[in-house]
Design a protein. Structure first.
Length: 254
């Protein structure tokens, strides 16, 4: 079983790239972030024609998430239950016995901003919900654009970016709280090549110079950990014409 996550930074713009990637990488489930489209304009027919069922949750211009799967996703949930939020950030469903949560974590803008306060509240609510989900679904995968680096290995310039957004102690503590709940960073289960990232700014030739961050993650539950055979970052789509600034991350479960 293969599961993947990809922040596409506008599905309207990137739909052909998503369809091409799925044709070359027929994963069992793919979660998308930043679809940036309302539900009435979601390209459901094109995705279904590619052989995927799809559940989606969008809004105009910003955010938006989707869960594409070969088989029907059941028990679909949109956003964090009990957390009042007008942003479309989370979609969850059970696919072939695995609970899949796809999430677009808040960016947070800057550590001294109101958006950072919202990010902290959102992360606390997510942590609590994931712990409840684990009780009901021991086979659980949480994946998406976390907008958090785990540690300095995930940062192209750890000194210059110390304590900036994505790299603050507070954000990383919330990530560790997810780990402490019984989750594992699938990518870190394997040797990590130096300077391996999943996001590169569009500016200043950041991709060409490999000035990036690893902020797209796949976390697997303790029950699933023994079945993880591989976890890779596929940099190829970042080389496309008009690419997303993120690239897919894929986990293989045996």
């Amino acid at each position: 079983m293969q599961l993947a996550t990809w922040n596409v930074n506008s599905l309207t713009v990137r739909l052909p790239q998503v369809l091409d990637w799925l044709a070359a990488n027929p994963v069992d489930a793919l979660v998308l972030q930043e679809t940036k489209t309302t539900d009435d304009k979601f390209p459901k027919e094109a995705i279904e024609a590619a052989g995927y069922k799809v559940a989606f949750f969008g809004q105009k211009t910003y955010n938006g998430v989707a869960l594409l799967s070969r088989s029907d996703a059941t028990e679909v949930v949109k956003n964090i239950p009990g957390f009042e939020d007008d942003m479309a950030r989370v979609i969850a469903g059970t696919v072939d016995g695995v609970r899949v949560i796809g999430a677009y974590f808040p960016n947070g803008q800057a550590p001294d901003s109101d958006k950072f306060v919202y990010k902290m509240r959102w992360l606390e609510a997510l942590n609590q919900w994931v712990r409840e989900e684990l009780k009901q679904h021991p086979k659980l995968v949480l994946m998406g654009d976390f907008n958090i680096t785990v540690d300095d290995r995930d940062v192209w310039d750890p000194i210059g970016l110390k304590d900036t957004i994505h790299c603050t102690v507070a954000e990383r503590e919330h990530f560790q709280s997810l780990i402490e709940s019984g989750m594992h960073d699938a990518y870190r289960l394997f040797d990590q090549p130096e300077k391996t990232y999943s996001w590169w700014d569009y500016r200043e030739f950041a991709f060409r110079r490999n000035r990036g961050l690893r902020i797209d993650h796949i976390l697997v539950s303790e029950t699933l950990k023994p079945s993880v055979q591989a976890c890779v970052i596929d940099k190829a789509p970042r080389k496309n014409e008009r690419p997303s600034d993120h690239t897919p991350v894929v986990v293989t479960l045996g």
